[in-house]
Design a protein around this ligand. Structure first.
Ligand SMILES: Nc1nc2c(ncn2[C@@H]2O[C@H](COP(=O)(O)OP(=O)(O)OP(=O)(O)O)[C@@H](O)[C@H]2O)c(=O)[nH]1
Ligand SMILES: [Mg+2]
Length: 403
């Protein structure tokens, strides 16, 4: 309830900011470059043998490729739920079951996992053999990856190319497409070989969003997963680069962004606080380890004190693992002794602010020297969430009848 309200507030703020920036009804992300890429992709769609619609496994519905809605379930299309290592596994399974009931073929992958990619490549090869209805292997098939920005199309293309080339024992230099944590990295359509006998080529394409995103919930989920740049400046500067689709300087207010990191980090904390994932971190709790008790009525101050004590114990340790465990412990300690109603937005915000204050120490961000302390905490927290170090979450809620 509180999480949904925060999500709606963020989505509405994004839409308002987008409307204020755009001269037309289209969002400022829908640049001429994106429109050109969208047309180029749609032109090629009928020509390819297999379409892999890549979605983010954390948002299997919100990350759908709008233009593909006109192509209903088809044996030529597979919904690839990438980044499955970041999603709640039980919910991902339930989503795949739902897609199956709707006659869509879906497949969960982690582009960074070689074994998983090998299995997926076998699956693609089997689908192509089935579609071509032939056993002889002297034909060429093309597979096209399409999806919204940052869902991992290029990472998947590279991994399939790497695995396919090795299994085909081919010589020559390994090609690759550019992978980046920021959206809208890929500018052009490029092709990589992923199999021999038959020859299979995969087309990597630029990420495309629809010109309008009417649903405010979808806006906030895209911003949190960074499938969509919440930070407009990076989006704009990327679009100013040269590509086959032309050179399109954007003259918007480059210093502004659609939604601040602090708001997104608050949204993430609301999700974390309403979920069971943090309970896995109980072992890290100081309360557990040294038997000392935290005064739950002033949870924020107590947690800071505990944090200081731990720092005295390990003064020189600033390794990533230490920081991650420290952050988990702080979040666990504060949320687990919060006794107020987390469904109430104001109470949830109090909890979140206590966590923000306590995290300043963990991230070595000190208010005395820094006016933007909370912005910095937010950036570091979002980074940990987006790289999966703060648990696995699914943001799209399954339809009630499937739960
Ligand atoms: N955890 C995790 N991260 C992934 C996975 N696949 C890709 N990524 C990361 O997601 C980010 C985006 O990956 P890209 O391959 O550049 O995404 P894209 O869809 O090609 O993005 P655009 O070209 O901008 O449309 C990068 O930081 C990747 O390392 C995955 O399966 N798991
Ligand atoms: Mg790409």
């Amino acid at each position: 309830m509180a999480t949904a309200t925060l999500a709606r507030r963020i989505g509405t703020a994004i839409k308002t900011a987008a409307r204020n920036k755009g001269l037309t009804r289209e969002g400022p992300w829908y640049t001429p470059h994106m429109a050109a890429a969208s047309r180029a992709i749609l032109e090629r769609l009928p020509l390819v043998d297999l379409i892999l619609e890549v979605r983010d496994a954390r948002i299997p519905l919100s990350s759908a490729y709008e233009a593909l809605r006109k192509y209903p379930s088809s044996s030529r299309k597979i919904i690839v739920l990438n980044k499955m290592d970041l999603a709640n596994q039980a919910e991902l399974k339930a989503w795949m079951k739902l897609f199956d009931q709707q006659n869509f073929i879906s497949y969960g992958v982690n582009s960074h996992n070689k074994d998983n990619i090998k299995e997926f490549l076998n699956f693609i090869q089997a689908r192509i053999r089935e579609l071509k209805k032939t056993d002889h292997s002297r034909y060429t098939a093309t597979v096209m990856l399409i999806g919204i920005p940052n869902v991992g199309k290029s990472a998947l293309a590279n991994s399939l190319h790497q695995v396919g080339r090795i299994s085909a024992a081919e010589k020559g230099r390994l090609k690759h497409t550019t992978v980046s944590p920021e959206p809208c990295e890929t500018k052009d359509i490029s092709s990589l070989k992923i199999g021999s006998h038959p020859n299979i080529y995969i087309l990597d394409t630029p990420g495309v969003l629809p010109p309008e995103i009417p649903d405010v919930d979808i806006c906030s989920k895209l911003a949190l997963t960074e499938t969509w740049a919440s930070h407009l400046p990076c989006l704009i500067s990327k679009f100013m680069k040269q590509s086959n689709f032309g050179f399109f300087p954007f003259t918007g207010a480059v210093e502004e962004c659609l939604v601040g990191r602090k708001k997104l980090a608050q949204y993430f904390l609301a999700i974390l606080n309403s979920n069971n994932e943090y309970k896995k971190w109980e072992k890290l709790s100081i309360k557990e380890n040294d038997g000392s008790s935290i005064d739950c009525k002033s949870e924020c101050l107590s947690s800071l004190e505990v944090d200081r004590r731990q720092k005295r114990q390990y003064p020189a340790d600033h390794t990533q693992d230490f920081v991650v465990n420290n952050v988990r412990r702080i979040l666990f300690d504060i949320v687990s002794c919060f006794e107020r109603n987390k469904e109430n937005v104001e109470e949830m915000m109090n909890l979140i602010m206590a966590q923000f204050n306590a995290l300043q120490d963990a991230f070595q961000v000190f208010t005395e020297f820094d006016k933007d302390a909370h912005e910095k905490v937010a950036a570091k927290l979002l980074n940990l969430y987006r790289t999966g170090r703060l648990g696995q979450y699914s943001l799209d809620v399954l339809p009630r009848h499937t739960q």
